[in-house]
Design a protein around this ligand. Structure first.
Ligand code: F6R
Length: 263
């Protein structure tokens, strides 16, 4: 895992947008896996900026979102589909026919999940997956105990996730109890992964998932099993890492490291 610690949320967002833009430029028809939540908002704003100012072309890309609340129709203001349209898709020249977000109000979530997995396969798999992390260590909505082999399916949300996400709803009772989410196994099949995290409230879980043992109780630890996973943090989220100096040395001496490892 490569760990990059940025001084601020803005810098974290710029660095991650730069990584994504670089991948899009390398492969115009890239398949991106996307996350919602507060964390990637700055990254998406930066990407929109690069599109508007430098003409970054989204017209050939395909996107798959990680998750969606069960029961919410795509146009609901709290749906992740709405979030993506609002924060990214309607500001860039993405082809809406190539945009996939799990359908929260599907009549048959099981059948839908199998269909979603098939669409990812048909697209050739995910080239570059963007992730956030929940305070319980989830990636997507793979709550504690999710199998590392899991595929897209319905998951019941953990109490902490419901409490954390209540800020988007009028009342905590309105937060859906279930979500359709890509599985840990689905995520691990992405060719490259970028996880971003910011703020002090993520510091404990960030230290656990980077420096702690691999466990399905913290599903983000699955990234330790991936060969091309990068983590971009702000200082606050990185504040409880024990080996911060080492990560910073590697970041600052990347030219030497690249020479040695060929990356
Ligand atoms: C959202 C998702 C979640 C979030 C996580 C962090 O699509 O997959 O795993 O990334 O809950 O959310 P924020 O960024 O709001 O702290």
């Amino acid at each position: 895992m490569e760990i990059i610690i940025a001084p601020t949320y803005q810098e974290m967002s710029k660095i991650s947008a730069h990584f994504i833009a670089r991948e899009i430029k390398k492969k115009h028809d890239i398949v991106l896996g996307l996350a919602t939540g507060d964390t990637p908002i700055g990254t998406y704003q930066e990407l929109v900026k690069v599109h508007k100012e430098e003409g970054l072309d989204f017209s050939k890309i395909t996107t798959f979102n990680l998750d969606e609340y069960v029961g919410l129709p795509p146009l609901h203001k709290n749906s992740y589909n709405y979030f993506m349209q609002d924060n990214l898709f309607r500001h860039v020249n993405v082809n809406q026919a190539n945009v996939y977000v799990p359908q929260g109000n599907t009549e048959d979530p099981e059948e839908f999940s199998a269909w979603y997995e098939q669409q990812i396969k048909n697209a050739g798999g995910i080239d570059f997956q963007i992730l956030g992390i929940g305070r319980d260590g989830h990636i997507g909505f793979n709550e504690p105990g999710s199998s590392f082999a899991s595929r897209t399916r319905v998951k019941a949300l953990y109490k902490q996730t419901i409490e954390d996400n209540a800020r988007f709803f009028d009342r905590i009772e309105d937060v859906p109890r279930f979500a359709i989410t890509m599985g840990v196994g689905t995520i691990l099949e992405a060719k490259k992964i970028l996880l971003i995290a910011n703020g002090e409230k993520k510091a404990d879980v960030v230290a656990q998932f980077i420096e702690g043992p691999v466990t399905s109780q913290i599903t983000a630890t699955a990234l330790q099993l991936h060969t091309l996973a990068t983590v971009v943090l702000d200082e606050a989220a990185a504040s409880k890492l024990k080996r911060k100096e080492y990560y910073n040395w590697v970041r600052d001496n990347k030219h030497l490291v690249q020479k040695m490892v060929g990356r």
